[in-house]
Design a protein around this ligand. Structure first.
Ligand code: DQQ
Length: 470
């Protein structure tokens, strides 16, 4: 059993039992149980040998490991990897579409179909006709061709595949089918602009597309595969004749870590999203610790009247709360009776003309500290991890995001979980990062703007995978 209590290993965020984890896959609530599959390398702590790892939950926040659910077949059309995909209900049968990769050079990457008759979805039967789409559409020069979003309209299945059109930008190529085996190419759902630089880039190709409707409004999330930066964006707008005409756009998470999220509609009709929180440290450090990657907490997506996609922490995250901690604060803002590296902090500030916020994972001398603050003069949210660690193998960044609060206050909800920092602002906007403090006293907390704090609450948090703790 690996040491799941190492210094950087999150406690209440899902991590792999050992080795590598990336994208969430096949998110579904099946016969009441939530399923989280994920990209997993069972043989090492770096990316490769993609399998689907598997965890289940009854309440969305306490998880149980199950054995690997999907593995490449030697000599098969997915011999080099089972890349990302989605799960859905086809006439009562649990079904997945995923990208199977055939050769060692990681090509070709093609859609693969599989079904499960196991109530807990532990085993999958791959369709003998895989891949179910042999080639990208003729006449299109595509940059990538992988990852899937699937939905049904009037008894017809629609599948969007992540792609990019050379010389134009990222796209989602739209297909339809009545049997999930024979697919007819229609057209791009929407095409991005690779030359766009402001307010953010969307790049040349889109991975992990996720198209959905919430209360009759349509949205698309996609991950830009260009290296700098790895943005995850949303578009909302009018969905007409099977095309998305965007009227609003933004970033799903403004921090440097969240990537390749996926969302699904649960039994309560909520659109629930989970994303991969990438490591922000060297490969050597990941190999030394023997694991890599974490999942975000579940977030609930909504689309506001102006088309803005909002994400709020799922209410179930409160089930992870343990004892509250005292909030006594000294004159310089230091919390004198509370420390912690697996905590939730909710702080509401009255806005004036100076920054308000929190220091977390802070040493007593502030040599290590992570800063979350709002600057009302520039109207920017700031997540600053540049001083989070004295370790040169940890990569810090400063993220700034323009934000204009609607009222006189701002509420910062900060989930601190060892190396994970997830921030929600007014339960609408998210910024996530990873931090790797080295010192034992890097569990201090401080308030920035003590004279403007309207309320403050802190909880210790429990384990997401209690069985792993024995
Ligand atoms: N990760 C998967 C791909 C996807 C990428 C492979 C995004 O399917 O495009 O592990 O992180």
């Amino acid at each position: 059993m690996p040491d799941t209590r190492d210094r950087h290993r999150p406690r209440y965020h899902v991590t792999p039992p050992q080795n590598w984890m990336n994208d969430p896959n096949g998110l579904i609530q099946w016969q009441g149980t939530y399923h989280l599959f994920y990209q997993h390398n069972p043989f090492g702590a770096l990316w490769g040998n993609m399998h689907w790892g598997h965890a289940i939950s009854r309440d969305l926040v306490h998880w149980e490991d199950l054995p690997i659910a999907l593995a490449p077949d030697d000599g098969g059309s997915d011999a080099a990897g089972c890349f990302s995909g989605v799960a859905f209900d086809h006439d009562g049968v649990a079904t997945i579409l995923y990208t199977g990769v055939r050769d060692a050079d990681l090509e070709p990457q093609r859609p693969h179909l599989a079904t499960s008759d196991d109530p807990l979805l532990r085993t999958w039967t791959k369709h003998p006709g895989n891949p179910v789409i042999a080639e990208p559409p003729a006449g299109l020069e595509v940059v990538i061709f992988r990852d899937h979003t699937v939905w049904q309209e009037d008894g017809v299945w629609y599948q969007g595949i992540g792609s990019g059109i050379a010389g134009q930008g990222g796209t989602v190529l739209l297909y339809r089918s009545t049997d999930l085996v024979t697919w007819e190419y229609l057209h791009p759902l929407v095409v991005g602009d690779a030359t766009q630089t402001a307010p953010f880039t969307t790049g040349t190709g889109w991975e992990c597309p996720d198209f959905f409707a919430i209360d009759g409004r349509h949205g698309l999330i996609f991950a830009s595969h260009d290296e700098h930066p790895l943005n995850v964006s949303w578009m909302t707008g009018d969905y007409r004749e099977h095309r998305l005409i965007p009227t609003a756009t933004g970033l799903v998470d403004a921090g440097p870590s969240l990537y390749a999220p996926q969302s699904f509609t649960d039994d309560q009709g909520r659109r629930v999203m989970i994303g991969w929180l990438r490591e922000r440290r060297s490969d050597d450090a990941q190999v030394a610790d023997g694991w890599s990657g974490a999942m975000s907490l579940p977030r609930i997506l909504t689309i506001a009247d102006d088309g803005t996609l909002r994400s709020a922490p799922a209410p179930e995250n409160d089930l992870l709360r343990g004892d509250t901690l005292p909030t006594t604060t000294s004159a310089d803002g230091t919390l004198t009776e509370a420390r912690g590296d697996a905590i939730e902090i909710v702080a509401t500030f009255t806005l004036a003309d100076a920054s308000v916020g929190l220091l977390v994972r802070a040493t007593d001398d502030r040599a290590e500290q992570t800063i979350v603050r709002y600057d009302p003069t520039t109207q920017e949210l700031v997540l600053d991890t540049t001083r989070a660690s004295l370790d040169v193998d940890a990569y810090g960044t400063e993220t700034r995001l323009a934000y204009v609060p609607t009222g006189e206050t701002i509420t910062l909800r900060v989930y601190v979980d060892r190396s994970v920092i997830e921030v929600f602002v007014d339960d609408q906007i998210a910024l996530s990062g990873r931090v790797y403090p080295t010192r034992d006293d890097a569990d201090g907390i401080a308030v920035i703007g003590t004279d403007r704090i309207a309320s403050l609450a802190i909880w210790e948090m429990g384990d997401a995978l209690p069985a792993r703790q024995g």
